[in-house]
Design a binder for this molecule. Structure first.
Ligand SMILES: Cc1cc2nc3c(=O)[nH]c(=O)nc-3n(C[C@H](O)[C@H](O)[C@H](O)COP(=O)(O)OP(=O)(O)OC[C@H]3O[C@@H](n4cnc5c(N)ncnc54)[C@H](O)[C@@H]3O)c2cc1C
Length: 552
C-alpha cells in the first residue's frame, strides 16, 4: 500500500517549493508530499488519488489564487476525502477570509505566511492534525469489521461503543453487499449470530455485548489499587478534567464510565465555542486528547463500567459496580451528567436502535446517505446533529414545538442551518407517532393547529428533554425536585440540610451534602451545561478534594 499523501496547493511556485521542501524534510518517511500549482490541478490530483485507492491526510491550500480560491478547493476536497485535514495558507491581511472559511470549508486550521521557523510554526500544527487524522482513518484492508443489520439495536450498541471509545472499525451492512454475505458464509456465521465482530487476527465475536468487546480488545476492567484518593464516576468533560488535575497533582485517581469517555460532548460533531480551537473541534477529537493527557499524567481509566450504588462507611466511599465488584475511595466525584429522556410518542420505544436514536448523530449519519431523517429538538445539540446529518442525508427535518429555533439555539448554528438547502424547519410541530415494521418507515407530525401529516422517513434522532443521572448516589446526597445534585452554599438554603449535614464546617463549593462526595458539571443543580464550564468545575474540584483530604 502506498504512503498517505500530503497535498500542497499554491499558485506561487516559490512558496509552493518552500512548503514542499519543509514538509518533505520532516514527513517524507511516512507520507508522500505532492503539490499542485492551481485549485483546478489540486482537485484533479485529489480525484486521481481517490481512483487509485490512495489515502489523503492533509490538504494545505493558499487562499488567493486565480480561478478556484483556497476555501473552494478545501470545501470540494472534503466531499471526496471527508476525513482529510484542511489547512488554509493566508497572508496576515487575509485572516478575515480564513475565519469565514472556517464555516464554509470547515477548515481545521489556518497558517499565516511566512511560517518560519517551521519547527515552531508549521510542524506542531501538522503533527497535531496528522495525529487526529491517524486516529480516525482506517486503511482499506485492515482493522475491525462489524457485520450486522442496520436496523438491529444490538448492532447499534456495538457501533456506539466502538465509536465512543475511539476504536476505528468498518461497518458492513449485511443486506447491502454480496461480499459481506460471502464473508459470513466463509466463517460459518448465520443470521441469528449477528452482529459479528471480525478481529484483525481473523477471530470472530458473535452477538457480543460492549463488555465482551472491551475485554477481547485487551482493555482492562480491573482496578489496579484497592483504595483511591479520588474516584471519578463519569468520563465526560468534567470527569476528564478532574482526572487530568487529580493525577497531575499526585492523587491516586481512577476514572470510570459506563459507556465511553467523552460524555455528551463526545457525541458532538463539532464544538465551535471551546476556547483554543478557532476552527472548532469534534467531540471525539477533544476526547482523544483529554484521555491521552489524563492517562499520560497517571490517571487510570476503566470503560465500560457502571457504578450502581455507593455506601459510606467511616468516611470511606464504597462503590458497587454493575458486575458486582467494589471499589473504595477516600473522595468521590459524581460527574455523571445528563441523558436524553425517552420520547413519549407511540412507536418510539419499540423502534429505539432501529431508526430511533438518542443523540447518536455522528455514529449513525453515514448509514442514512440519501435518505430522509428527522431531528427532534431545538437546542444546540439538535442543531449540530442536523448539520452533521445534512452531510449525508437527502433531507433533514428539524421538528420543534416553538415557533422558531431563535431562543434555544446559538446564532452561528442558526446561520449554518439557514444556508444548508437540505435542512427544513418544522416549527410549532410535534412528533405524534412513529410507525414501521422492524424499523422506522413513517412518522406522523402534529402541528399546533391540530393537523396531522404522515410522511415517509428513515430515522428519527431525538435531542430533547434531558434528565440528570444521579439515581446511583446514596440518599444522603441531596438533590432538587428534578434530580440535580445540590452543592456548596446552595445546600444551606435547603430545608433538609440541617438533618443531613453534621460537620462543624460548611460544605465546600462543589461538595454535596455527604462529606467528601463532590458533584460537578451537568449533574449539578445550577450547572451551565457547557463544555467549558464542565471542564472548569472538573478542574476546580481537585482543589477541594485536597482540602478535604487534609481534614481527614
Ligand atoms: C450533541 C451535543 C452537542 C453539544 N455541543 C456543545 C457545544 O458545542 N458547546 C458546549 O459548550 N457544550 C455543548 N454541549 C453540552 C456539553 O457537551 C455538556 O455540557 C458537557 O458534556 C457536560 O459534561 P459532564 O462531564 O458534566 O457530563 P456528560 O458529558 O453528560 O458525561 C457524563 C458521563 O458519565 C457517564 N455515566 C453516567 N452514569 C454513569 C454511571 N452510573 N457509572 C459510570 N458512568 C456513568 C456517561 O456515560 C457519560 O460519559 C453539547 C451536548 C450535546 C449532547
Amino acid at each position: 500500500m502506498s504512503k498517505p499523501a500530503l497535498l500542497v496547493v499554491d499558485d506561487d511556485a516559490q512558496v509552493l517549493a518552500a512548503v514542499r521542501r519543509d514538509l518533505r524534510s520532516k514527513y517524507r518517511e511516512s507520507y508522500t508530499v505532492i503539490s499542485a500549482i492551481s485549485g483546478e490541478e489540486a482537485l484533479a490530483t485529489i480525484r486521481e488519488l481517490k481512483a487509485r485507492g490512495d489515502s489523503l491526510a492533509i490538504v494545505i491550500s493558499d487562499q488567493r489564487m486565480p480561478g478556484l480560491q483556497g476555501t473552494d478547493v478545501l470545501a470540494q476536497s472534503r466531499e471526496i476525502y471527508p476525513l482529510a485535514r484542511r489547512v488554509l495558507l493566508t497572508a496576515y491581511s487575509d485572516i478575515d477570509a480564513a475565519v469565514r472559511g472556517i464555516n464554509v470549508a470547515h477548515l481545521d486550521h489556518y497558517l499565516s505566511k511566512p511560517w518560519a521557523p517551521p519547527e515552531e510554526c508549521l510542524f506542531p500544527v501538522i503533527d497535531d492534525l496528522l495525529d487526529s487524522w491517524q486516529a480516525e482513518y482506517l486503511p482499506e484492508a485492515h482493522g475491525l469489521r462489524l457485520v450486522g443489520h442496520q436496523w438491529s439495536p444490538r448492532s447499534h450498541a456495538i457501533k456506539d461503543f466502538l465509536a465512543g471509545n475511539l476504536i476505528p472499525y468498518r461497518w458492513l451492512d449485511v443486506t447491502r453487499s454480496a461480499e459481506t454475505r460471502n464473508l459470513l458464509e466463509a466463517a460459518g456465521i448465520g443470521a441469528s449470530d449477528l452482529p459479528a465482530l471480525f478481529l484483525e487476527d481473523g477471530s470472530v465475536l458473535t452477538n457480543p455485548g460492549p463488555r465482551q468487546v472491551a475485554e477481547r480488545l485487551g482493555r482492562s476492567l480491573s482496578a489496579a489499587h484497592e483504595l483511591y484518593d479520588l474516584v471519578i464516576v463519569g468520563a465526560g468533560p468534567t470527569g476528564l478534567a478532574a482526572a487530568v488535575y487529580g493525577a497531575s497533582e499526585g492523587l491516586k485517581t481512577l476514572l470510570l464510565d459506563r459507556h465511553a469517555p467523552g460524555g455528551q460532548a463526545g457525541s458532538s460533531s463539532r464544538i465551535e465555542n471551546y476556547l483554543g480551537f478557532p476552527a472548532g473541534v469534534s467531540g471525539s477529537d477533544l476526547t482523544r486528547r483529554a484521555v491521552t493527557q489524563a492517562q499520560r499524567l497517571g490517571a487510570e481509566l476503566l470503560v465500560p463500567l457502571e457504578v450502581t450504588a455507593v455506601s459510606i462507611n467511616e468516611g470511606y466511599k464504597h462503590l458497587t459496580l454493575n458486575d458486582g465488584r467494589h471499589i473504595v475511595a477516600r473522595t468521590l466525584l459524581a460527574a455523571t451528567g445528563m441523558e436524553y429522556r425517552e420520547h413519549p410518542a407511540p412507536g418510539v420505544a419499540a423502534l429505539t436502535g432501529a431508526g430511533i436514536y438518542y443523540g447518536a448523530a455522528t455514529t449513525e449519519a453515514p448509514a442514512f446517505r440519501d435518505r430522509s431523517v428527522v431531528v427532534v429538538g431545538g437546542g444546540n445539540s439538535a442543531g449540530q446533529g442536523a448539520m452533521h446529518l445534512a452531510r449525508y442525508a437527502k433531507e433533514v427535518q428539524i421538528v420543534v414545538r416553538r415557533d422558531s429555533i431563535g431562543g434555544t439555539m446559538s446564532q452561528y448554528l442558526i446561520d449554518q442551518i439557514q444556508k444548508t438547502p437540505n435542512i427544513r424547519l418544522r416549527a410549532r410541530t410535534e412528533l405524534e407517532r412513529v410507525e414501521g415494521n422492524e424499523h422506522v418507515e413513517r412518522v406522523a407530525f402534529k402541528s399546533d393547529t391540530g393537523q396531522t401529516e404522515v410522511e415517509d422517513v428513515d430515522a428519527v434522532f431525538v435531542f430533547i428533554g434531558t434528565k440528570p443521572r444521579s439515581d446511583w448516589l446514596p440518599a444522603g446526597v441531596l438533590r432538587d425536585a428534578k434530580g440535580f445534585v445540590i452543592t456548596g452554599r446552595d445546600l444551606s438554603a435547603d430545608e433538609r440540610y440541617a438533618r443531613v449535614w453534621k460537620e462543624l464546617r460548611e460544605p465546600m463549593a462543589l461538595e454535596t451534602s455527604a462529606p467528601g462526595v463532590f458533584a460537578a458539571g451537568d449533574i449539578r443543580a445550577g450547572a451551565m451545561n457547557r463544555v467549558a464550564s464542565a471542564v472548569g468545575e472538573g478542574s476546580m474540584v481537585v482543589r477541594f478534594v485536597h482540602e478535604y483530604l487534609a481534614l481527614t
